[in-house]
Design a protein around this ligand. Structure first.
Ligand SMILES: Cc1ncc(C[n+]2csc(CCOP(=O)(O)OP(=O)(O)O)c2C)c(N)n1
Ligand SMILES: [Mg+2]
Length: 624
């Protein structure tokens, strides 16, 4: 074609795309691997003859995994990418219309969690004919919008390929964003049905192997010197370790820094496991669902070094965690955007490189012995509290804390626990004893109900040598049990612990705290008062799981649960363990979460909650 030189190959756009995906590799620290482990997909008239044909042609050399729900395919891909420290990922191929819009929730989750996932939704024909094609949205004011435009705000790169040759530029842009550790997230290439199937002479140089170097950028020298000065002058420094520390594989560097200096470490959800739970400098999780010791240190800290954290409200305890009037922040982050939060000194760079540079430059800096001793004491105190919760001996039904304890005992040090929403993230963050940086996989960026099972599928595909324990509430299970079928189909073994408490225990507790009596949180039939106040529903989720092809155990005590977990470990089959827990017994939540309460209401309980809300809100800091 005009102006191009060198050898070409005649392929459809979809065939060229699949060949391109197969040729992409990432390299970090001298180790190279294929970026795409394969493609999840669900075919329809929008992609069966285009991308579907290309995937069929490559069925022996590019893994195709048939998903059950497009949202779930994105969750699985995100779980895979997170478990792979963002060095590998999946593509997700969908038909047009509903198949494409089902991607939106998953894409938002991937983008919020900064996890690379390539979305390949089919789009309406570029030739605009036939029109309207089945499932096409028609807007009287424009012909250039399709439902795929709904993916724009949740994508870090978005393009529609309206001519075959556009794909060369867009595929490269897509890879740039997917492999950029600061920019990564969901990337969308919308593929009109006719363009997918159209032939073109593709330059071989587009189709050839390509290695994307994952850089470890060094921080600005002056900013580093300033950070060293700030740490050197602090008396109560505190490190907040986020997910970026784990993605950068910086755990050992961090351990060596804090062992030398005595600076305590608290963890976010995504950063939990950076240091083993019993490391003497690890005070445990900080946040709305965190532990008292971490909050106590945060309250007094005069210098906070956030590493690889986005500083969500959940971590900052709705901006009340850092109460010292003179507190300053240093933010180590690969993304300038995050490094500038809370008016911190930005140390933009790779977590491992920056930690190593700080270690070297800090020389003999050490915190006072009393501060170090306090940290070790707080660590031990919380560990004793964990013991108490997991040995509660609640009757007749176990508490959820006891269930978490039993799963933790059944899991080896490298095994992984996966959850996302409800009260499980709260209990797991407080009680789970992490011994490996990849062992705690709690999706709390989007906290998306339904992530658990597909997310676990992706984790297991990335780490087949580890047992994967998915812990899922009955509410989340009902949103997305579909990928049990995919796990069974692929022979990807999951141990799914289904915690049944007949509703939304988490939201119910929040609702009660705010004066709404747990309204709309229980699974009950409609009572004589016209409300959901009747009896329990005749729902049997164990039977549901069995019908999807899982091996199922039903247990009602901790002893039975422990036995079922051992049996599940011993088989190769995906197992669902159905355990009912006491909805009344909770691991406490100690800290305030800024959830707005009605200023005007007919209820005294709500008015009281509003008064408490205003009182707490006054403590929030802006950190401008
Ligand atoms: C997709 C989605 N919808 C709604 C919510 C809000 N939400 C958070 S937890 C929760 C209830 C979870 O119920 P379940 O899985 O049974 O866990 P439990 O609260 O009982 O521990 C809801 C509705 C959410 N996080 N995700
Ligand atoms: Mg529940």
């Amino acid at each position: 074609m005009g102006g191009t030189s060198g050898p070409t190959r005649r392929l459809t756009t979809a065939q060229a795309l699949v060949r391109f995906l197969m040729a992409q590799q990432t390299e970090r620290d001298g180790k190279t691997r294929h970026f795409f482990a394969g493609c999840f997909g669900i075919f329809g008239h929008g992609n069966v003859g285009g991308l579907g044909q290309a995937l069929h042609q490559h069925r022996y050399d590019f893994r195709y995994v048939l998903g059950r729900n497009e949202q779930a395919m994105v969750h699985a891909s995100a779980g895979f990418a997170r478990m792979s420290n963002r060095l590998r990922g999946f593509a997700c191929a969908t038909s047009i219309g509903p198949g494409a819009t089902n991607l939106v929730t998953g894409a938002a989750g991937a983008t919020i969690n900064r996890l690379p996932v390539l979305l390949l939704p089919a789009d309406m024909p570029a030739a605009r004919s036939p029109r309207p094609v089945l499932q096409q949205i028609e807007l009287p004011w424009t012909s250039t919008v399709s439902v795929n435009d709904a993916l724009r705000p949740v994508s870090k790169y978005w393009d529609r390929i309206e001519r075959p040759e556009q794909m060369m530029w867009s595929a490269l842009e897509a890879m740039r964003v997917l492999t950029d550790q600061a920019e990564t997230g969901a990337v969308t290439l919308a593929l009109p049905t006719d363009v997918q199937a159209e032939g073109y002479d593709w330059p071989e140089e587009f189709l050839s192997p390509r290695v994307w170097h994952i850089a470890r950028p060094h921080p600005d020298r002056e900013a580093l010197a300033e950070a060293v000065r700030m740490i050197g002058q602090s008396t109560k420094p505190l490190i907040v370790a986020g997910g970026g520390v784990i993605y950068s594989e910086a755990g050992e560097a961090l351990a060596s820094l804090v062992e030398r200096t005595g600076i305590p470490v608290v963890e976010t959800h995504a950063g939990k496991g950076t240091l083993p739970y019993d490391h003497p400098s690890n005070v445990g999780p900080l946040g709305v669902n965190g532990v008292p010791g971490a909050f106590e240190l945060a309250q007094g800290a005069d210098l906070v070094v956030g590493i690889g954290t986005r500083w969500t409200d959940v971590t900052s305890v709705s901006q009340t965690a850092f109460a010292n009037p003179d507190v300053r922040f240093v933010n180590v982050n690969i993304a300038s955007f995050d490094a500038h939060k809370f008016s911190g000194l930005p140390l933009v760079g790779d977590a491992r490189i920056v930690i190593e540079a700080l270690s070297e430059a800090l020389g003999g800096f050490q915190v006072a012995a009393e501060y170090r001793d306090k940290v070790t004491r707080l660590n031990r105190e919380w560990d004793a509290e964990i013991d108490r919760h997991i040995a509660l001996g609640n009757e007749p039904l176990p508490s959820q804390g006891q269930v978490v304890g039993a799963v933790n005992d059944a899991a080896g040090p490298r095994d992984v626990v996966v959850t996302a929403a409800g009260s499980l993230p709260n209990d797991l963050q407080k009680l789970w004893r992490s011994r490996d940086p990849k062992s705690y996989h709690v999706e709390y960026g989007y906290s998306c109900m339904g992530y658990e099972i597909p997310g676990g599928l992706g984790v297991k595909m990335a780490a087949p040598d580890r047992e994967v324990f998915v812990m899922v509430g009955d509410g989340s299970y009902l949103m997305m049990p579909s990928e049990i079928v995919t796990a069974v189909q692929e022979g990807v073994k999951l141990i799914i612990v289904l915690v049944v408490n007949h509703g939304f225990a988490s939201v119910g507790a929040l609702s009660r705290r705010l004066g709404m009596e747990g309204f709309g949180a229980d699974y009950r039939s409609r009572g004589e008062d016209g409300l959901l106040s009747g009896g329990r529903l005749p729902v049997d989720l164990a039977a549901n799981a069995a019908s999807l092809g899982a091996r199922v155990s039903r247990v009602s005590s901790v002893a039975e649960l422990r036995r079922a977990l051992e049996e599940a470990r011993a088989t190769d089959e995906t197992t669902v363990i159905h355990v009912e827990t006491d909805p009344e017994v909770h691991v406490p939540r100690y800290f305030w979460w800024d959830v707005a309460v009605a200023e005007v209401s007919t209820s005294e309980a709500v008015s009281k909650a509003r008064a408490r809300y205003e009182e707490e809100r006054a403590k929030a800091r802006r950190h401008l």
